[in-house]
Design a protein around this ligand. Sequence first.
Ligand code: NDP
Length: 504
Amino acid sequence: MATHIEVHCPANGQFVRSVPITPADEVRAIVDRARVAQVAWGAKSVGERAQFLRKVRAVVLARQDDIVECLVRQNGKPRTEGLIHEVMEHLELLTYFAEEGERILEPQPIAAHLLVHRHSYIHFKARGVLGVIAPWNFPFTIPFGAVAMGLLAGNAIVVKPSEFTPLVADLGREIYLQAGLDPDLLQIVHGYGDVGAALIDGGIDMLEFTGSVATGRKVAAMCGERLIPCVTELGGKAPALVLADAPLERTANAVTWGGLANAGQVCASIERLLVDDAIYEKFVPVLVEKVKALRLGDAMLNAEFDVGPLVNERQLDIVERLVNDAVSKGAVVAVGGKRVAGPGFFFEPTVLLNCTVEMDILTKETFGPVIPVMRVVGEDAMIAEANRSSLGLLAYVFTRRTAHGRKLAERIRAGTVMVNDVLASHAMAETPWAGVKNSGIGCVHSDEGLRHMCEARHVNYDVLPWLSKELWWFPYHSRHQALFRRSLGGLFGRGVDRLKRIVA
Ligand code: NDP
């Protein structure tokens, strides 16, 4: 059995470092240590914990080059993407939650409807130990977004990063410890799926999982067995609707970036481009020219390039298979279409025309630099196509009429629909990131995401302390029954509506 993960750079195959695997039978002891450390951390005020996030922010700012370098070596992404998608996004998340955490986690009063002599409020207390299982495509911002929010909520955290990006997780932890965190409050367990499963089985109080639908089903089932709350952020097959009046330049730029950033390895990537028949002939050539102009590259060799490699051979095989399947069923390659001879796992930025729903490329997650284009007649047909997928994470609408775009957006079954933009809502920590349908359960980011990392506990108390008993307590009397019978009409019948009208 392997004792180490050998990390190689996907851009050139060079060996980077080996990382010891955490034996699965040691994971429970790690969770136990986190639980002990959590007691003092959870007892701190939200304000004190928010202050810690500001310290982390200072360290992230100071070490931005280290983070980008680590991402480049392990993930192969262009430096600009490391800086914008990962460093800047994390800084923004730290800032939002450091500033807003106290407000978000303030106790919330609930106005009573019937029992007006009793008052209620919800207060938020840490769940305990939060398990975070993360993918390789955004190996800093995804797990450490959960780490920052989970710590602010008062939890201890144990992270299981992807086997393809363990060094980024180690560096992230180093940064949090440099900001002064007790080492037991943030621990990393390295390994494959069995280590992830050991984490769920190791006594955690909640899981945040980001990954594929297939693994999401498995981890959700494990959490269900153990009755642990579980947020699942899973796959996407985002449609982009290019309406007849879409602005050509902005839309073509947005689609190029939204389909091919991070070599298309984004759960929110444009994976189905639906172009209205009325604009198709004008729009497609502009898009194809933009994709043709993209430069592939290895950040260790090239100072400037646009698209990096895929993360591994398996991913490359999937993309190649889906493209070949589409071509065998009639798709036309307008640009790209094949893998690049090694070293590195590169696939040419690709636009496929004449795509139809019989092709796997329009139904299965590609996670590669391919934009499959479908010609569609009219908006109703576009909405029907957009909603055809079993996934529902992101969707996009391009039009000059923003108000009309918003109306269409509301007809699409996706967790987020952006009008005239792509991908960027993940960088808006204040907004929810959540899938519908098979794209997941629950949300990350946003006030709701932070509160969900806590137990929402309800306190109900009396404001008439001199009442010796309530009318509905023992002993029961027939006179009380008569009183209740008379009151029901007043409370719930027409009487109450009349009363409300008078008060209004
Ligand atoms: P996987 O589902 O293969 O893996 C995700 C994580 O789960 C990895 O750390 C993996 O470890 C671990 N894991 C695997 N098997 C188990 C198991 N049985 N129990 C517990 N943990 C397990 O996804 P990928 O890493 O390939 O990531 C790509 C997927 O993530 C895509 O489908 C993408 O759409 C989705 N994603 C979703 C996002 C969202 O916000 N909705 C954001 C980013 C990605 P190991 O790597 O060692 O196998």
